[in-house]
Ligand binder design. Structure first.
Ligand SMILES: [Ca+2]
Length: 228
């Protein structure tokens, strides 16, 4: 009995498919559901399948557009950063200071190395330099320039040695040997990347001296080149 039912259903489906195909070929506007119920169901399934195919195609097109928009957004973000840099929106950090506020004479020697406190502040935009400690602390991640100078005014022993330090590690130094060649001075500079919290200072080495007066021979300066 079941075999007979299956055969009847299969025959109906075959008839209906043939009927639907003929209607499509003849551009027949008569709705096929005017035929048998099973034919109507097959026609509905065919329409749903066709609609699903269209929806899938639309989704694929939208996905392609989204990918293009994401690429454009990335390009725009990069251009915005470049424009901000060009119009000077980046943070302003710059300082310059000399060793003495007044008076004259040697500073040092000390039994341990210590940061020189450049107390006469010429500029300190961004307040990253602390004249009370002599230490510059980066508040912005970026590339920085630093320079210091050192003067030895006909000192006998000890010599003058100052090093530029980053987080306690030596970057560069200036040395002057005492003796008959008086009034010697030198300077050194670096360009270095700093993270927020990194510190830079000029350190007088242990048992060494520097000399200064109103001429302001010893200076410590730095500024932010660009953010990173
Ligand atoms: Ca010398």
């Amino acid at each position: 009995m079941k075999k007979i039912a299956v055969l009847i259903l299969a025959f109906s489906c075959f008839q209906c498919e043939t009927q639907v195909n003929e209607m499509i070929e003849n551009n027949d506007k008569v709705h096929p559901c005017l035929g048998s119920t099973s034919c109507c169901e097959i026609y509905s399934l065919t329409s749903i399948t066709q609609n699903l195919g269209g929806v899938g195609e639309k989704i694929a097109n939208m996905a392609e557009k989204i990918t293009l928009l994401e690429a454009k957004l990335q390009t725009t973000e990069k251009e915005v950063l470049e424009l901000r840099s060009l119009i000077g929106v980046s943070p302003q950090v710059a300082f310059s200071a000399a060793l003495r506020e007044s008076g004259s004479g040697n500073i040092g020697p000390f039994t341990t190395a210590k940061p020189l406190q450049y107390k006469r502040v010429f500029s300190n935009t961004g307040n990253s330099y602390n004249p009370a400690t002599g230490i510059f602390t980066a508040m912005v991640k970026g590339m920085y320039f630093f320079r210091f100078s050192m003067f030895n005014n006909l000192s006998t022993v000890p010599n003058s040695v100052v090093s530029l330090m980053k987080n306690g590690e030596r970057l560069t130094s200036v040395w002057d040997t005492s003796g008959n060649d008086s009034h010697d001075m030198g300077s050194n500079a670096v360009v270095i990347p700093l993270n927020v919290g990194d510190n830079v200072y000029a350190e007088l080495q242990e048992n060494r001296i520097v000399y200064d007066d109103v001429m302001n021979y010893n200076t410590f300066s730095g500024f932010l080149l660009f953010t990173m």
